[in-house]
Design a protein around this ligand. Sequence first.
Ligand code: SF4
Ligand code: SF4
Length: 177
Amino acid sequence: MNDHQAWERGARLMAALHDRLPHGVRQQLGTVLADYRRHKGEMLALTLATGSGGICRACGGQCCQNGKYRFSGLDFLSLLEQQTPVPAPDFARKPFCPYGDADGCRMAAPFRPLDCVLFICDAIADRLEEPATHALARLEQELRQGVRRAEALLGQRLGQPLLLLAEHPDGTDLPRR
Ligand code: SF4
Ligand code: SF4
């Protein structure tokens, strides 16, 4: 299975999983995902407040290389739940991230992969001070807890990369097409 096939398979798997959720579970998942998006947005806002935009432009996005495994099953469900179009990955951009383009990431801050949101390079970390560092640590805990909550709710390892979930689904029946 190549990357594109794995992506398609993973997307179908997550859509099928979401489609057949009982109403109550879907509502609970919606609450978890709303927090997941909000916490990501708050975390990125705190790093942007350091002036990271200019630093990242000068850097050229070194941390956005080889990003194909960062997008998780839960990141996919977060887009799906909001009926937000999922950016079609371009795996031919390797080593650059398939979810980015010349202008940077194609996903809005609350939808970016958790791994991307949590990563803070030294250049940004050097500019962080209290109380931002404390707030970032708290938000990281909240985000990781959100992943665990969603995984427990759906009985799937949703924090895993979508491309790997496609190859090793946790017993989820994948509709054949
Ligand atoms: S977060 Fe750090 S490594 Fe990533 S683009 Fe910005 S400056 Fe570069
Ligand atoms: S998903 Fe976006 S933020 Fe993450 S590595 Fe790719 S382009 Fe960068």
